[in-house]
Design a protein around this ligand. Structure first.
Ligand SMILES: *Cc1c(COP(=O)(O)O)cnc(C)c1O
Length: 231
């Protein structure tokens, strides 16, 4: 078995264990393999090991890999998860299936206008800034509900749920606390009648905490592909 195949197995086991402890079905949690900085060949190995959804952060790099893997385009699902600049929305709208990092209306309007009509609506998550750090991307929790409602009016987008990247925390309890805020917001939006099914939360270091708090999609990079050199 390749290194990537065996690490994917380990991650799937971590997901299954966390689901069991949370009293949830493993089938409610999907795995996004975060392939930023790693090669198209490594993505191909992960695909051979049964992984079809990949997350990328940097547009130019992502487009090169999507092109290199064009033969698999119909089998793969590409998720853009990095900060998105307005001048790159066209690429996201054209080449991706999902964008997790939508945090302002202007960006969403551009994505909706630029989504090609031959493709299904672009799946999006509203990124929430849980820590309140000014430098971080994401909408403030207090503004999330009104922005979510506005996003649902855009014809070529489908709002699927929320995404967050909390500040790193050392203990399971501290990790859970941040994710609990996110899942409470998710519940509040659903109570308001928004048909959301995706809570994009959890990375290599804290996927258990995220799953205990209701994550439906975990974004895992280093635990699958290895350590990243700084980008
Ligand atoms: C890089 C990245 C991940 C994966 O992080 P790991 O710690 O390598 O699992 C998840 N989500 C986002 C938004 C990222 O940028």
């Amino acid at each position: 078995m390749s290194d990537i195949a065996s690490r994917l197995n380990t991650i799937r086991q971590r997901i299954a264990n966390a689901a069991r402890i949370a009293g949830r079905s493993e089938a409610t949690i999907s795995l996004l393999a975060v392939s930023k900085t790693f090669s198209a060949a490594m993505i191909r190995s992960a695909y051979a090991a049964g992984q079809a959804s990949f997350g990328e952060n940097y547009m130019q790099e992502a487009l090169e890999k999507i092109e290199a893997l064009a033969d698999l385009r119909a089998q793969l699902e590409w998720h853009f998860i990095g900060p998105l600049q307005s001048n790159k929305t066209k690429w996201a709208a054209t080449h991706f299936d999902w964008v997790h990092s939508v945090d302002r209306l202007k960006l969403a309007q551009r994505l909706s206008e630029q989504r090609p009509t031959h493709l299904p609506p672009l799946n999006i998550c509203l990124q929430v800034n849980l820590s309140g750090e000014a430098s971080k991307s994401g909408v403030a929790p207090a503004d999330a509900i009104s922005l979510a409602h506005a996003l649902t009016t855009l014809p070529r987008l489908k709002l699927r749920g929320l995404m967050a990247i909390p500040a790193p925390a050392d203990t399971l309890d501290a990790q859970r606390l941040a994710y609990r805020k996110l899942s409470q917001l998710f519940d509040a939006l659903r109570t308001e009648g928004l048909a959301l099914d995706t809570l994009s939360a959890g990375m290599s270091a804290d996927l258990e905490a995220a799953i205990l708090e209701g994550a439906t999609l975990v974004r895992i990079g280093s635990a699958i592909f290895g350590m990243r050199a700084r980008h």
